[in-house]
Structure formats: structure tokens, C-alpha cells
Ligand binder design. Structure first.
Ligand SMILES: [Zn+2]
Ligand SMILES: [Zn+2]
Length: 252
């Protein structure tokens, strides 16, 4: 389990690192959310904490596997056990549970006393990178690891839906910590796009601390008025600059 989880981290974070910071660096530099890039010291620290998180996730996964074997979960393998429409619906339910759990957990972790113990490790990365995606204190890692096992004890979920959700989780975390805005211009005006968290959104969380607590979606932040007032202008600035560059390149 540990090997699967840590390889997934290295593979996905590594892919994004190479593409955005090395191979296509020039193309994305205009969309960078920080002037500075992270140094080697931060990289090693983040990889160290991500390895600790991977151990915790692996223990949680193994524990869940045993629960499943003993019949304590509602995880299922036969696709026809429920209607096919239930597959996407169960994914949506599980993702919304995860979102709600994380938003409130995250708000709680920002209380000063809790922050110092649980959440400071993650925020030591003021400028984030794909490697920040799983850089958590072990206690935060544990609190994050328990929600999916709890969900599948209560709600029937197909095993592939669960694996798919874990994949979304990894990609979403890497994209949100990329420190380069990857979404197209006006994405936040799109009827789906405006509900999805991206790099600008989460970068502001790491810099301002008081806003943007969501995990995948923006709806809790919008509802509880914790969305950063800087978000829209910064997103427009980052995506417009790149458009201007492209237009300039077209003219040349
Ligand atoms: Zn935070
Ligand atoms: Zn973060």
C-alpha cells in the first residue's frame, strides 16, 4: 500500500514538476503566482512529510481493506449490485462528504492553538509546489485519512469509484499547489468552473491564511463568505497576461 501511494505521489507530482517547471517553463512563467520558486531545502522537507503522510494513508488503506474483508464496509465489486446511474451519484456524494468534512476540519485547524500543532507543517510552504500536495503533519494526515473509510462504512461505493476518487484527490491537490494557474481565462465565470478550486484559489490560502479553505470546490467558501476578495482579480490578471502573450506571439 505504501509503495502504491508513494509512487503515485512521485509520479503525479513529478509529472507536473517536469511539465510546468522544466519542459514548458517559458510558456507558464506568466501564469506563475510567485516570483520566487521553492528551494531544494523546502523540496526535501515536503517530500519527507509526504512520505510520512503516505505511511499513514497506507495504514488507513490496509485497515480499510481488513474492514472490507470482514464485511464491515459497504464497498462492492459487482457493478450490477446497484443501478449504473448510482456509480456517478455515489462518487458525487462521497466527494461532497469529503469536501464538507475537509472545509470544517480546515477551519478548525486554523484556530491558533490547533494550527501550531496540526497545520503549521503544511503552511511552512508559503510558496507551494506540486510536492506540497501531501506535506502534512502526521496528525493532520490521520484526520484526512479517516474520512474515506468512514464514508464507505455508511454509503455503498463501488471499488473503482473509490479508486477514481483517490485519483481525483491526488490530481486536485497537485494542481491546487502548483503555484501556476492552469485553468483557461474566464473559467471562474463558467457555470461549472466557478465551483472548482485551482492554483490561484489555493495559493491565496497559503499566503493570506484567512480565506479559501475548500478542498475541491468553492461552495463552502462562497456560502460562509470565506472566499478571498483578491481571488477574482488575481485570477483575471494571471489568465489575461498569458492571453496577451499569446496574442503578441500570434502577431509576430
Ligand atoms: Zn490551511
Ligand atoms: Zn495547501
Amino acid at each position: 500500500m505504501f509503495l502504491i501511494i508513494i509512487s503515485r505521489y512521485f509520479l503525479i507530482a513529478g509529472m507536473f514538476h517536469l511539465w510546468f517547471y522544466v519542459w514548458k517553463k517559458d510558456k507558464w512563467v506568466k501564469r506563475s503566482l510567485s516570483r520566487k520558486v521553492t528551494d531544494k531545502k523546502q523540496f526535501y522537507t515536503e517530500v519527507k512529510w509526504s512520505m510520512v503522510t503516505s505511511i499513514i494513508f497506507a495504514v488507513a488503506a490496509s485497515f480499510t481493506f481488513v474492514l472490507w474483508q470482514k464485511g464491515y464496509t459497504r464497498l462492492y465489486v459487482d457493478v450490477n449490485k446497484y443501478s449504473l446511474w448510482y456509480l456517478p451519484v455515489s462518487l458525487l456524494i462521497s466527494v461532497l462528504i469529503h469536501e464538507t468534512y475537509y472545509y470544517w476540519l480546515h477551519r478548525w485547524m486554523h484556530k491558533p492553538k490547533v494550527f501550531r500543532v496540526l497545520h503549521k507543517v503544511h503552511h511552512d510552504s508559503n510558496i507551494t509546489s506540486p510536492w506540497t500536495a501531501f506535506s502534512f503533519h502526521p496528525l493532520e494526515g490521520l484526520l484526512q485519512a479517516i474520512i474515506l473509510p468512514l464514508t464507505i462504512i455508511i454509503i455503498p461505493i463501488h471499488v473503482f469509484v473509490l479508486l477514481f476518487q483517490l485519483t481525483i484527490m491526488t490530481f486536485s491537490s497537485v494542481i491546487n499547489h502548483l503555484e501556476i494557474e492552469t485553468y483557461p481565462a474566464n473559467f471562474y465565470k463558467h457555470f461549472i468552473g466557478k465551483w472548482i478550486i485551482g492554483a490561484t484559489h489555493h495559493s491565496l490560502h497559503h499566503k493570506q491564511f484567512r480565506y479559501n479553505f475548500g478542498l475541491y470546490f468553492t461552495f463552502w467558501d462562497k456560502l460562509k463568505k470565506t472566499e478571498s476578495p483578491r481571488f477574482l482579480s488575481l485570477f483575471e490578471e494571471k489568465t489575461a497576461k498569458s492571453l496577451r502573450t499569446e496574442a503578441k506571439r500570434d502577431q509576430e
